[in-house]
Design a binder for this molecule. Structure first.
Ligand code: SAM
Length: 365
């Protein structure tokens, strides 16, 4: 008897995934599973259009992102965006994965007439609808596109988008590498491993039992972005590490995590569709993908350095006590300040971006 979740969304989504597994001979990759769990139209965690972002579980949210935490995040990011727009003589911002629309609102307010067009690329129809409602006051300056613009002349931003892209799971059994996928056993979703030619990008040593991830979709995203960037800058902000830290032998359980009601757990196969599934970002892989596609890597630092370089101190001096305490979380080392990183890539720009003036860590990538 199937041991599906009682919640109807999760039951329907799990049944859909069970059918997909049967149609694929009894096994699908974890990447395919994660795609279904997050993005199946009408059922997936992001596709349903409920808003998972917020300060507290009592409001029904699952986690908080930087623009949800404080508008000072967007105000500081705007300083870097404005410098880059001016350097490439452009008036367009393109945001990937705009969530509730909070960052778009902050950037549009701060940048005012420097932005003539704000383009959003959002894979979730439900979230896109939320964004349309929130951003209606900006009228025709905002557009939503389902296909990427073919030539990007302007500034691209993406906050916590790379971590939401489906990842491939790998495990090492002491002798060989296996790809971790999903199968069904007595009606219940289970992990199942198969030999694979896929490998992490570094040689190890790998303790037996290591589980780790590679991110082909996120890499392909960076390649596509770099190829389309004709003149401008892209700023990707997310939690993650350079490859040497990401694949450090001590991180032998990988970075896969689920978030629900501000708690994290490591079991993506339960309550499918009701919780976020995410992996940390290997920023070396992202930078290399962009560079191999012809873009320049312009900067890499942690969020605290980036925000301070962009004037967070000045903003804090004028903020009230509540705003100050929230904004402190953006910078605190044990909160978002160190784990979150900012990667800037560019093309056709002769610029030392101000967000990376102090504390640039490109040499660590
Ligand atoms: C963790 S949420 C972050 C939302 C928002 N940026 C924030 O910081 O609050 C991830 C967002 O990325 C979107 N997304 C995931 N993959 C995407 C892709 N390939 N292109 C565009 N949006 C994507 C999701 O639908 C969701 O809106």
């Amino acid at each position: 008897m199937a041991e599906f979740q009682t919640d109807s969304v999760s039951t329907a989504l799990t049944a859909r995934i069970v059918e997909d597994i049967a149609a694929h001979g009894g096994w699908i990759s974890f990447e395919r599973f994660m795609q279904a769990a997050l993005y199946t139209p009408g059922l997936g965690y992001y596709a349903r259009g409920t808003l998972p972002f917020g300060h507290l579980p009592s409001g029904g949210s699952d986690f908080v992102t930087a623009p949800e935490l404080s508008p000072l995040f967007g105000r500081c990011l705007a300083v870097q965006v404005e410098e880059a727009l001016s350097a490439c003589q452009a008036h367009e911002v393109i945001e990937f994965g705009a969530g509730s629309g909070a960052l778009a609102e902050q950037l549009l307010r701060a940048l005012d007439s420097s932005v003539q067009r704000y383009t959003i690329v959002e894979v979730s129809a439900g979230l896109q609808q939320r964004q349309r409602e929130r951003l209606a006051p900006w009228g025709s300056r905002i557009r939503w596109v389902s296909q990427w613009p073919s030539d990007i002349h302007g500034v691209v931003v993406g906050n916590e988008v790379l971590d939401a892209m489906p990842a491939t799971l790998l495990t090492f059994d002491g002798e060989q590498w296996l790809e971790r996928g999903v199968a069904v056993h007595e009606g219940v979703l289970m992990f199942a491993d198969r030999p694979t030619p896929l490998r992490p990008p570094v040689d190890g040593p790998w303790p037996a039992g290591t589980v780790t991830e590679i991110q082909p979709q996120a890499r392909a995203f960076m390649t596509g972005l770099a190829q389309r960037l004709t003149r401008g800058m892209a700023l990707l902000i997310d939690y993650g590490f350079p490859e040497a830290e990401f694949y450090h032998p001590q991180r032998s359980s990988g970075t896969l995590m689920c978030h629900r009601a501000h708690q994290s757990d490591g079991d993506p196969l339960r309550d499918v569709g009701l919780k976020d599934i995410t992996v940390h970002v290997d920023f070396t892989a992202m930078a290399l993908a962009a560079q191999d596609a012809g873009a320049d890597v312009l900067g890499y630092t942690n969020q605290a350095n980036f925000l301070l370089n962009c004037g967070l101190d000045r903003e804090l001096a004028q903020a009230d006590a509540i705003q100050r305490s929230r904004a402190q979380l953006l910078m605190a080392e044990h909160e978002m300040g160190e784990l979150f990183k900012v990667l800037a890539i560019g093309r056709g720009l002769h610029l030392d971006p101000l967000g990376f003036v102090r504390g640039d860590r490109m040499h660590r990538l």
